[in-house]
Design a protein around this ligand. Structure first.
Ligand code: PLP
Length: 393
């Protein structure tokens, strides 16, 4: 049976898959079973931060695989401790880390930290968490409920209590009450449509929350790990969150989720845990990804690539204003709003047929999330193909 036939027979149909099967990759290039080459402007939805087939990452993983892949968290794990040090130092915040395996899990950890904080005085229990409309925080029962999209709450109830949705940042203050323990936001809404928040409004919100002893949770699952240019979008926005969640790019493709917090004493032994979280394999990936990106950033190469990508996107946008209305995003988390939402699927399909992978976000946004290590030549080639793809529509 082909992969497609096996998948159709044995895998639950939760994804609307395109009919492509990749078999190999090198940095921002992918090859399918028929040998066709693609430029990857998606990096597996912001995951493959250091590119496909990264030699340094695969060497580090192979060396670790030949040694110890996993031991339980009942013992000290050297790469976990080193990964935590690297993440905390890169963040610039005085935090500690907990390692899980996905973005949803990282957000579950964030919610648990907040809920425990809300019980600290044994007085009025604070448990409510305000999130934003059009947000996306994950697919577990709790993070589905935390997600401010009604369509995601159609089934699966009853959900945990205590999530309140604000239309936008401006509305948050008016929704705060005695039970509010935290506000959770993405600084650039990813799934919601590559929508950056206004910096001044975010700073004012952070100040307000501090004054009310309400925690600020920043979901950096998509924005984190240099996606917007700085290690965290929170660094770019010059705020000091109490809790940050990370996943996607932090393992370069190896499943890792991390929740980081300034509340270093919030959990004691047994309050939270994960069998796989922080194991030898996944945190070796984190260490190597962080080392690769640290060098890439300090040599100035990330900034150069981001500027080059931005210019190419601008040129593409200017050439196709009949299709697109606005260029959006920050750094290498960017996209274009389409005039007519119906053309979006056509653009994505035509792009794929012409050898360049792109994504949808929200209802009407073409989303681009290339590997951070994408080269100028790969950027030029990708936009050349994208030009052909939209010109034929
Ligand atoms: N939070 C944000 C901002 C995301 O973009 C995502 C995934 O797209 C998640 C959380 C959930 O991450 P995961 O799919 O790894 O559970």
């Amino acid at each position: 049976m082909t992969t497609k036939e096996l998948d159709n027979k044995y895998v639950l149909p939760t994804y609307a898959r395109a009919d492509v099967e990749f078999v190999s990759g090198k940095n921002a290039r992918l090859f399918d079973v028929n040998g066709k080459e693609y430029i990857d402007f998606t990096s597996g939805i912001a995951v493959v931060s250091v590119g496909h087939g990264n030699e340094r990452l695969s060497n580090a993983l192979c060396a670790q695989i030949k040694n110890v892949v996993h031991m339980s968290n009942l013992y000290y794990i050297a790469p976990q401790a080193r990964a935590a040090e690297k993440l905390v130092k890169a963040s610039g915040y005085d935090m500690k880390c907990f390692f899980g395996n996905s973005g949803a899990e990282a957000n579950e950890g964030a919610i648990k930290i907040a809920r425990k904080y809300g019980e600290k005085d044994g007085q009025v229990k604070k448990y409510k968490i305000i999130t934003l409309d059009h947000s996306f925080h994950g697919r577990t029962i709790t993070t589905v409920k935390a997600t401010g999209q009604e369509s995601m709450h159609n089934y699966f109830g009853p959900f945990p209590d205590g999530f309140v949705y604000a239309k936008n940042i401006d509305e948050i203050e008016s929704l705060v009450d005695d039970h509010t323990v935290a506000v959770m936001i993405e600084l650039v809404q990813g799934e919601g449509g590559v929508q950056p928040q206004d910096k001044e409004k975010v700073q004012a919100l952070a100040k307000f929350l501090k004054s009310k002893d309400i925690l600020l949770i920043v979901d950096e699952v998509q924005t984190g790990v240099y996606r917007t240019g700085k290690f965290l979008a929170s660094n770019l926005y010059e705020i000091e969150p109490d809790i940050v969640s990370l996943a996607k790019g932090v393992g370069g493709g190896v499943p890792v989720g991390v929740v980081m917090t300034t509340l270093k004493d919030i959990f004691g032994a047994g309050d939270h845990g994960s069998t796989f979280g922080g194991n030898y394999l996944s945190t070796t990936a984190v260490c190597e990804v962080m080392d690769i990106l640290d060098e890439y950033v300090s040599s100035g190469n990330l900034e150069i690539s981001m500027l080059f990508f931005d210019k190419a996107l601008e040129k593409f946008y200017n050439a196709h204003k009949n299709i697109f209305t606005e260029k959006v995003g920050l750094g290498m988390m960017c996209g274009l709003r389409v005039k007519d939402a119906d053309t979006l699927a056509k653009i994505i399909n035509s792009a794929r047929e012409n050898g360049v992978m792109v994504l949808k976000a929200g209802r009407n946004t073409l989303r681009l999330l290339p590997p951070l290590t994408i080269t100028k030549e790969e950027i030029d080639e990708g936009f050349k193909r994208l030009n052909i793809a939209v010109s034929g529509l």
